[in-house]
Design a protein around this ligand. Structure first.
Ligand SMILES: Cc1cc2nc3c(=O)[nH]c(=O)nc-3n(C[C@H](O)[C@H](O)[C@H](O)COP(=O)(O)O)c2cc1C
Length: 234
């Protein structure tokens, strides 16, 4: 079942599922079924985790419930009220290079595709707000983790999330992972009865990419392997 022959024969398909994944920021209204999501989550839950702790908890949003949650999130976003912050630090306060340069490249790459120029703050604000309607995707996922768990479990969590995105690709679906949701954890707690013991990690849009949308044309760069790897003895 898990012999090397399977790995070899499926290699190209696995590579394609991984390398064809991109963060999609405009989805078609084509529905995604509960069965599809359940299957992907079951596959993704084969992710490894330290001592098999499986730290992931997922809330799947669709239909009217998703619409209600989006409305509450958009209201909070458009109010521009202070007091909405993630409960953990995703980014450092200062970005040294090369991270700063990469971040700029992707930011301006996206705004460039959308024709948003430097200084067009309102258009940037509106585009960022599109996170909270799950970029029009039919399904939204919200991920939470038990507050008592440590950084190691967050590492496990990342593997689970990547598995979801790769498994989705294998079924022709597209995704966008979104830390933006962590910021509005109070709104999400209220809307989704998330207990205090759980921290909102991030969210994800799931659906079919709109092939006509300029924001979906963005293909981000990667360093070549020799830029981040040292081979020793091989
Ligand atoms: C954990 C995580 C959170 C992210 N949060 C957001 C987000 O809130 N909004 C967004 O548009 N993109 C978000 N992204 C997408 C990144 O910008 C994207 O992965 C990166 O630019 C590389 O592009 P690619 O995913 O198309 O390869 C997130 C990615 C990760 C891994």
């Amino acid at each position: 079942m898990h012999g090397p022959e399977n790995i070899t024969s499926g290699g190209a398909a696995v590579d394609a599922a991984i390398t064809s994944r991109r963060s999609i920021r405009k989805f078609l209204s084509t529905p995604v079924s509960r069965d599809q999501i359940e299957h992907i989550l079951a596959v993704a839950s084969r992710a490894p985790s330290g001592t098999n702790m499986q730290p992931w908890r997922v809330i799947v949003l669709g239909g009217d419930k998703k619409a209600d949650v989006q409305a509450a999130l958009m209201a909070a976003y458009n109010e521009r009220a202070p007091g909405h912050d993630a409960e953990f630090k995703y980014y450092p306060a200062e970005f040294p290079d090369p991270y700063k340069a990469r971040r700029r490249t992707v930011g301006w790459g996206l705004y460039g595709k959308l024709g948003i120029a430097k200084g067009e703050k309102e258009r940037m604000f509106a585009q960022q707000g599109r996170n909270y309607v799950f970029f029009d995707a039919p399904v939204g996922l919200i991920f939470t983790i038990d507050r008592v768990l440590e950084i190691g479990s967050w590492l496990d969590y990342g593997m689970f999330i990547e598995n979801i995105m790769v498994a989705a690709r294998g079924h022709g679906l597209d995704t966008c992972p979104q830390v933006s949701f962590a910021r509005y954890h109070k709104v999400l707690r209220d809307q989704l009865d998330i207990p205090d013991e759980q921290v909102v990690v991030c969210g994800m849009s799931v659906g079919y990419a709109d092939p006509a949308a300029p924001e979906n044309e963005l293909v981000t760069e990667r360093e070549p392997v020799d830029g981040f790897t040292r081979f020793l003895g091989l």
